[in-house]
Design a binder for this molecule. Structure first.
Ligand code: PEP
Length: 256
């Protein structure tokens, strides 16, 4: 039985007062939210404050990325160890903006994932194809490569319990163009089959696979009705409490 997981990736949005107001409202939403897991991923500068503001709730708080090195000359960057130190429990790895804007490779994602798990941070691992890759029939090949490079030989229990995979087609992120439920289900089923092949049926049946890419209150229900879609990683529609609350409400019962 998988619990649906609705996570808000705030990217480089919201200021301190907006984060505080969101968290105050989210405490009430979380108190009512049964049967769904909620998470928020604020900008680094507000991470500690958001952890504190949501203390005592079940809302997961995490970073949008982090570096694997423990310390050093990486001006402007934040270490995984520091994310853990402020009380965050999760980190998003391999987001398409990290891959395509900041040039992170599959090897970078793997190095970060190894350190995250070692330090006790849980991971949302993003995979997804560009429009060109989809148009040239390479979707399965791309997500398979991203999945395998990140997760090959990772401990079974960690994959089942500490990793969430987010299928995020790059062409759907922030564009308003959402994958159809059929397109999403197709790739989610491929990812679950891949998990089955590498880690066996027990792990693959427990692995939570989110869809991400222009998820909104008016399309989340049909996406979550797909048998292998277990939640959503949401950018734009996670920035307003009302819309996040609606996603949380509609997320209940959205996983097998
Ligand atoms: C994201 O950033 O992970 C995302 C899915 O963004 P949006 O919902 O805005 O497409």
């Amino acid at each position: 039985m998988r619990t649906p997981f609705i996570a808000g990736n705030w990217k480089m949005n919201l200021d301190g007062a907006e984060c505080a107001a969101f968290c105050a409202g989210l405490r009430d939403v979380a108190a009512e939210a049964e049967g769904v897991r909620l998470g928020v991923f604020p900008p680094f500068v507000y991470l500690g404050a958001v952890v504190e503001a949501l203390a005592g709730t079940d809302v997961v708080v995490g970073a949008q990325t982090a570096r694997p090195e423990a310390s050093g000359a990486f001006t402007g960057e934040v270490a995984m160890r520091q994310v853990k130190d402020v009380g965050a429990t999760h980190v998003i790895l391999g987001h398409s903006e990290r891959r395509h804007v900041f040039g992170e490779t599959d090897a970078d994602v793997r190095a970060r994932l190894d350190v995250a798990l070692e330090l006790g941070l849980d991971v949302i691992l993003c995979v997804g194809e560009t429009l060109e890759e989809r148009h040239t029939g390479r979707t399965e090949q791309v997500v398979t490569r991203q999945f395998e490079q990140a997760l090959s030989n990772i401990d079974d229990a960690a994959v089942a319990e500490r990793i969430t995979v987010a299928y995020e087609p790059v062409w759907a992120i922030g564009t308003g163009e959402t994958a159809t439920p059929e397109q999403a289900q197709d790739v989610h089923a491929q990812l679950r089959a891949l998990a089955d092949r590498h880690f066996g049926g027990d792990v693959s049946s427990r692995l939570v696979i989110q869809y991400g890419g222009s998820v909104k209150p008016d399309n989340v229900a049909t996406l979550l009705a797909c048998p292998d879609v277990d939640g959503a990683l949401v950018g734009g529609a996670s920035l307003k409490l009302e819309s996040f609350e609606t996603l949380a409400r509609l997320g209940v019962g959205g996983a097998a």
